[in-house]
Design a protein around this ligand. Structure first.
Ligand SMILES: [Zn+2]
Length: 166
């Protein structure tokens, strides 16, 4: 069988469609795979793209812009915020609550009991109390709140009894 125009046209078509030489030979009939390959070469069709391997895209999509900084910026160091209020200027030295004991409790010190009276860690508030008052301002407010009165009766009585000795 020779290469008629129709057969050559079919060969071109099938080749360009991506069929292999042996597939084309089968389709055409009467020719071998080698004959197909030889004809393809003679027709100058051999440089077709391999259908099984899609042509690598030559167009490269523009790269997504990189983030300005790959690593997150270190958190800005802020000046240490002063959580603690500045101590108010005071004319007397204010003791921290719970600093007084029975031995150190003075006449003008808050006698607000702190802790369990039966335990060794029991202390008194010790802050400066008003003249003639058993408690400092803060504890006086707590002691004389109506809803707290009952609750603090024991504390009041303890303070009252202590005043006899101080
Ligand atoms: Zn107090």
């Amino acid at each position: 069988m020779g290469w008629t125009d129709e057969r050559v046209a079919l060969l071109k078509k099938l080749w360009l469609e991506g069929l292999s030489a042996s597939q084309i030979a089968k389709q055409l009939g009467g020719v071998t795979r080698n004959a197909v390959i030889g004809k393809v070469h003679r027709l100058g069709l051999s440089g077709r793209a391999t259908p099984s391997q899609p042509r690598p895209a030559t167009y490269k999509a523009p790269r997504a812009p990189r983030p300005v900084s790959a690593t997150p910026a270190a958190p800005r160091r802020l000046a240490e915020p002063s959580h603690q209020p500045q101590p108010r200027p005071q004319v007397y030295r204010e003791e921290a609550p719970g600093s007084a004991t029975v031995l150190t409790l003075g006449a003008h010190m808050c006698k607000w009991p702190i802790g369990d009276p039966s335990s060794d860690s029991f202390t008194f508030c010790g802050k400066r109390a008003g003249d003639g008052a058993p408690y400092c301002v803060d504890h006086a407010q707590v002691a004389y709140q109506p809803q707290q009165t009952k609750k603090k009766t024991g504390a009041n009585e303890l303070a009252r009894s202590l005043r006899r000795y101080i």
